[in-house]
Write a protein that binds this ligand. Structure first.
Ligand code: ZN
Length: 476
């Protein structure tokens, strides 16, 4: 029993020390470990399985919307980065550069991709000749490197995994439509697969992607009320087309530059789902991407027939497409309950001689910790339905929290009080950079997205007429 209590107490208090809670949970549940090079992470099998499920769900959506996967090189000539002025300015401080290879100094330094707009632009200039070649709708699953000063597993690491969509279009309208379409794909994915509500909207000039005409983002609220940018979609206009000379002969016989868009989400999403749903016992996995959806714990495992019945139930659930584990280790049931609760498995099934006699199974759901009984012969349908219910309940709980923690402010003091209390703050903004900087300095909050419902009348920082209504928050 000492082992059980020790196990739980090893996680820091979620309310008073959320950063340490996060670190404890990601390490103890074996999602991730620190790599030997500072700022790098090793994604362990339990963490990588989440990424695989995220990939599977997103990849299907990308293909359904007409995109194809490709793979571009990790190394990009340094000269590419400098062709788009804003792009190089934004990324220069984070780029890792290869200067030597094969024992010799390279004629031209090569950068390790921080993102791939430049190399896609370079190749698109070769491949796109005519309006018949458009649109080009490509995505790649890859790693990227951005040298960061302060790092945290999944949230900010020098190397991370992501997908980056890069598309080229004949018209501005089509490129904008693509930008908004993929933002909507991300939002639906976050809701359905991560049970995570988000706020979407346009980013300010200060917060937009370096080289974009406009960036649209989705922001999620973490347990501590801070915001996490969970995905972005960029309308790039002709900025990269001009930098890489991507032209096509249009129907009217005129040579024109294409319009491009790019969009991405990363392994940051794993950090987002941990900090959206986790509780004092550890992870709470959204069922759709949970590596293990149901765990079977035998009770009185030595009694005749118990283990066999558990194995039989596991086989039935696996055959029904439910990711199921049978924990037949020699740890005590209490130890197993703690372990799988910490790992966030949505459904725990306990099966012992008494359950078998009654033709029932004892089921405990991770989101509410409520225990109940279900008929054993309906296990497949019952567990599938329960997983669906858990996913919906987790979404609704997170959505209620998000909605109850968006407050309004019309002064800097009000804004500061709002974000310090763990809220998003909706406030007016005149549109000038100085006021945006003032909010950052005064309240350590940034403009997350512009609110589509532009209802504010005065700027929170200077009191002049508001051009936009902004969702401000402290952010990861
Ligand atoms: Zn102002």
């Amino acid at each position: 029993m000492a082992k059980d209590s020790q196990f739980v107490s090893q996680i820091a208090d979620i309310e008073t020390n959320f950063p340490q809670w996060y670190t404890d949970v990601v390490l103890k549940t074996k999602l991730v470990d620190y790599g030997p090079v500072k700022g790098t992470m090793v994604i362990r099998p339990y963490g990588y399985a989440i990424w695989e499920n995220i990939q599977h769900e997103l990849d299907r959506r990308f293909k359904e919307t007409g995109h194809e996967n490709a793979y571009f090189p990790l190394l990009i000539p340094m000269s590419f980065m400098t062709r788009e002025a804003e792009h190089v300015e934004g990324f220069a401080p984070e780029v890792a550069v290869v200067t030597h290879a094969g024992g010799e100094k390279l004629a031209e330094p090569l950068c390790i991709r921080p993102t791939s707009e430049t190399i896609f632009g370079n190749m698109y200039s070769k491949w796109i000749q005519s309006y018949r070649d458009l649109p080009v709708l490509m995505n790649q699953w890859a790693n990227v490197m951005r040298w960061e000063k302060t790092t945290r597993p999944f949230l900010r690491t020098s190397e991370f995994l992501w997908q980056e969509g890069h598309t080229a279009h004949a018209t501005e309208e089509e490129a904008l439509e693509e930008t908004m379409k993929m933002l909507a794909v991300y939002e639906e994915f976050a809701k359905t697969c991560l049970s995570m509500p988000v706020i979407t909207g346009r980013k300010t000039e200060k917060e937009k992607f370096a080289g974009a005409v406009a960036t649209f983002g989705m922001e999620a609220m973490m347990h501590d009320g801070k915001s996490l940018q969970a995905g972005t979609s960029h309308y790039l206009g002709q900025n990269f087309a001009k930098a890489f000379d991507v032209k096509f002969l249009d129907k009217d016989g005129v040579q024109k530059y294409v319009y491009t868009a790019s969009w991405g989400v990363s392994t940051r999403l794993i950090g987002a789902l941990i900090m959206t749903h986790g509780d004092q016992r550890g992870l709470v996995m959204p069922p759709v991407v949970a590596p293990v959806q149901a765990v079977i714990v035998p009770i009185a495992a030595k009694k005749e027939g118990v283990l066999e019945a558990c194995a039989h139930l596991k086989a039935r659930l696996v055959a029904a497409g439910i990711r199921t584990v049978l924990d037949d280790s020699d740890n005590s049931p209490g130890w197993k309950f703690n372990e799988w609760e910490m790992k966030g498995v949505p459904v725990r099934i306990e099966l012992g001689p008494r359950d078998l006699e009654a033709g029932k199974m004892t089921v405990c759901r991770r989101d509410t910790l409520i225990k109940g009984e279900l008929a054993l012969d309906e296990a497949e349908h019952a567990i599938a339905a329960l997983l669906k219910e858990i996913a919906e309940n987790m979404y609704n709980t997170a959505k209620e929290r998000l909605e109850s923690r968006i407050v309004e402010a019309d002064t800097l003091d009000g804004l500061l009080a709002g974000v310090a209390g763990g809220n998003f703050v909706r406030a007016g903004w005149c549109g000038c950079r100085a006021c945006e900087d003032k909010v950052k300095e005064f309240a350590q909050a940034t403009a997350r997205v512009l609110d589509a419902q532009n209802t504010a009348s005065t700027c929170v920082a200077c009191g002049k007429k508001a051009e936009h209504t902004v969702i401000f928050a402290r952010a990861y």
